[in-house]
Design a protein around this ligand. Structure first.
Ligand code: PEP
Ligand code: MN
Length: 272
């Protein structure tokens, strides 16, 4: 017979205890804690990396995001600094105890990225790249899977099942908004997905309000809504001068806004 939810290992029916993802040096992504991950959409320069690392350190943020391999809708847009950018970033971030969350776009990048990455991000566009998911299942390093652009909750869980069943249990799910008929925002952040994913799966769930709404001014409230919805962490974009960012500046917070948001996230989480 046909079952609609063809996943089991990532399901709470299989494992009741929440999965804790240990990134080392006391940094965890897990139920009962609030992970804050911030940084630019794209890694741009040594100077920029240093500024974001300093911003993280000043605000007690232990995880930094940023793309070096960028999936751009237009082939003419900035495609990222590549592996050299990641190496540079790692040399700066590791000294400051900051963990690196960055997107892997294809299987051939997994190995070259391995020494420098703490969390492999699978982007929305690669959410159903099953070859990539298979290969990440064999890696001994954390993986965060973003929901597909038009992906259902069930499909996200099935993508996670690929990695988990391959043997990699260091897995994180990310709600980043989906494409709907609504054009007033970049995507529609599906806050419903957060409690549903938490109920269905033992994996930690992160919310991405930056891509979720795509409008800088509304990122903080959607982040806090995600926290109230039960997220185990927030990933959002920040940059010293968002207007000058190489990508996604319109949804990127400056450092003052980011510092305020990090404090709010912690305050709301403490009261949840
Ligand atoms: C990003 O995190 O910058 C990104 C490209 O996200 P998504 O895959 O969710 O579009
Ligand atoms: Mn982005």
């Amino acid at each position: 017979h046909i079952v609609s939810d063809e996943y089991k290992l990532v399901s709470k029916k299989w494992k009741v205890k929440p999965t804790s993802v240990d990134l080392g040096d006391g940094v965890f992504i897990q139920d009962g804690e609030m992970a804050i991950i911030t940084g630019p959409c794209s890694i741009e320069s040594e100077e920029q990396i240093q500024k974001v690392v300093d911003h993280c350190v000043e605000n007690g943020i232990r995880m930094m995001r940023g793309g070096v391999f960028k999936p751009r809708t237009s082939p003419y847009a900035f495609r990222g600094m590549g592996i050299e950018g990641l190496q540079l970033w790692h040399s700066i971030a590791s000294k400051a105890g900051i963990k690196i969350v960055t997107e892997v776009m294809q299987t051939s990048q997994i190995e070259e990225m391995y020494p420098y990455v703490d969390v492999y991000q699978v982007g929305a566009r690669n959410s159903q790249n099953f070859n990539l998911l298979d290969e990440l299942g064999k890696v001994d390093k954390a993986v965060m899977i973003k929901r597909g652009i038009s992906g259902t909750i069930e499909e996200l869980l099935q993508s996670a099942e690929y990695v988990f069943s391959g043997g990699n249990e260091k897995l994180i799910l990310c709600e980043r908004g989906i494409r709907t008929y609504e054009k007033a925002s970049r995507n529609t952040l599906d806050l419903n997905a957060i409690p549903i994913l938490k109920a269905k799966s033992h994996l930690p769930v992160i919310v991405d309000p930056s891509h979720g709404i795509g409008i800088r001014a509304y990122v903080p409230q959607m982040a806090l809504a995600g926290v109230m919805a039960g997220a185990d962490g927030v990933i959002y974009e920040s940059h010293e001068v968002p207007e000058k960012a190489y990508s996604d500046g319109q949804q990127t917070l400056d450092f003052a806004q980011s510092a305020r948001l990090a404090a709010w996230i912690r305050e709301i989480f403490a009261k949840r």
